[in-house]
Structures are given as C-alpha cells and as structure tokens.
Design a protein. Structure first.
Length: 293
C-alpha cells in the first residue's frame, strides 16, 4: 500500500480503495511493476494452455472481465466491514491471482494422477464433451451413475454398455474417454440439435446447445429474463444497432436497470470533482489545459 494511501487514510479512516493490477500490489518487484494486459495474464496463469490455444490470442478478455467482478465483491465486503467497525481499508486485487484460482485444469494435474500424462488441451473426463449433430454441436455430461445408466438405456439404446467391463464404473471410464465419445457421437450425428436435446432432456441428462456467437442473442431464456438491451443509440460510433447485457444481479426489492449505454470519457468529471470533492469549474478547466484530466 503506497504512502499516499496511508496519508489519505489518516485524513479519512473510512476510505475504501480498491486497486486492480496485473500481479498485485505486493510480491516480486519484477512483477508488481510490470505492465499487464489481459492476454499477458491469461498466458502467465496457464489459461491459454488450459483452453487449448497453442497459437494466437485469447478469444475473450476473461482476466479483465473477472477482475472487475471480484473487485466489486471485495468492495462490498469492505463496506460491510466498515458498517460494523467504522474502518475502511485498501483492497489489493491481482488479475494473475484470479486467473490462477480458476485454472482448475492446472490443479487437476495434482488431484487426478491420470491427468499428469495427458495434454492439458485434450479430453480426460468421460462423457463431458461437445458432440456433433446435423446442424451444429451439443454438450452433455453424465457425472452420476444414474445419469450414465439412463444415457445408455434410454438415449443410446445400448444397455449392454452398463455391464461392459470397460465402463462399469466411473474410474474405468476415465481410461476410455475417446471410445465413449465416439459411441455418443455416432448417436448424436443422426439428429439435429433440437432433436438430440429433446431426447436427453426427456430422461434428465444434463445437456445444452453450443451456441455460435451469431446465435447467442437469440437464446430464449436470455430474452425471457430481459438480458438483452438494444434500446440505446450507438450511431455516433457508426453502429446501426447493438445489444448489450442487462443487469447481472437481480434483487427482490431493488430491481435495478441499465439506464444508459455508458458515459463518454470524462462525462462525469464535473459531478465528481465539483459536486463530490468540492473543486470548482475553473480547476477543471485548468486541469484540462494541463491534460491532467
């Protein structure tokens, strides 16, 4: 925690300050002073390797996005602590810490001995995969023995698999992942996604469609829950129409809503510096001229 934070806390001990950085506020100086972006953090936490990216950049900014959520949770906890004690605190959020914590494939290397000998980008969980249909992909899994039995009897129509000595318990099935995937895909490829899903859901097998990025905005449950906001004007950015996510946290009494597409850079300067912090408009003008804000 920097000297200036300690100084401000002397002035206002109720201050809560959250800092998101690539490698954290404390640690090896080589890293705490290192410039970090999402792609760097995903690489150094093993996420790119875990997701099978042998070349090219990540397809989603997981580190950036997740860090903001974790920071918000931390601030909420600090607010609760302050409510009880009257004391604020400094919150140190490391994107690298977060990405390491969700890299369960790296952790599985220690907990599942079999995974030590398998490439991290390959499949090593039985019946836990994407499978081709006539019109795309579906996902399904059987993590319980009852689900496995229902899959064999009612979906695959191969009850003999249940007593097959290769598959008669989940531990053995770990050794035959590719064999099982072939059996399941021989079934799924005969149907459309909707047809396959209907059969699986009829006997309560956990499953879903693999939505392409151009399809996901048509997901019926996202529509039903009001998750798609398309009422905002993005024409100033040359975009005819754009859809953004609605609120993620749904409270019973304070519903909340997305009120705007987001402010322009510096749009709230006057509100923050003048209304909240007591500076005047001349201060803002001077700072703009000096390119401080």
């Amino acid at each position: 925690m920097g000297i200036w934070i300690r100084y401000i806390k002397e002035i206002n001990p109720r201050l809560i300050y959250a800092k998101i950085s690539g490698y954290g506020n404390d640690g090896l100086e080589k890293y705490t002073q290192k410039t970090a972006f999402d792609i760097i953090i995903q690489a150094e936490a093993g996420i790119l390797d875990a997701l099978g990216f042998k070349e090219g950049p990540p397809k989603l900014p997981i580190a950036d996005y997740t860090a903001g959520h974790i920071a918000a949770i931390g601030i909420s906890q600090a607010l609760y602590y302050r409510e009880k004690t009257g004391k604020g605190q400094f919150i140190d959020i490391s994107m690298h810490d977060i990405m390491f914590s969700i890299n369960i494939r790296a952790q599985a290397k220690e907990f599942i001995p079999r995974a030590q000998h398998i490439d991290v980008a390959s499949k090593y969980l039985p019946v836990y995969n994407q499978y081709h249909c006539k019109d795309g992909l579906i996902v399904l899994t059987t993590l319980t023995e009852k689900q496995w039995i229902r899959l064999c009897e009612n979906v695959l129509r191969k009850p003999e698999l249940i007593k097959d000595t290769r598959f008669d318990n989940v531990i053995k099935r770990f050794d035959y992942v590719e064999v099982l995937d072939k059996i399941i895909e021989d079934w799924s490829i005969r149907f459309t996604r909707d047809e396959a899903i209907k059969q699986l859901e009829a006997v309560r097998i956990p499953c879903g469609k693999t939505y392409r990025i151009d399809e996901v905005y048509n997901h019926p449950n996202l529509k039903e829950r009001g998750m798609l906001c398309d009422q905002f004007d993005f024409s100033k950015w040359g975009v005819e129409k754009a859809t953004i996510p609605n609120r993620l946290i749904n409270f019973s009494d304070t519903k909340g809503s997305v009120e705007s597409s987001g402010p322009e850079f510096g749009a709230n300067n006057e509100e923050i510096y003048c209304d909240l912090l007591g500076y005047n408009k001349e201060d803002l003008k001077s700072w703009r001229q000096q390119k401080l804000i």
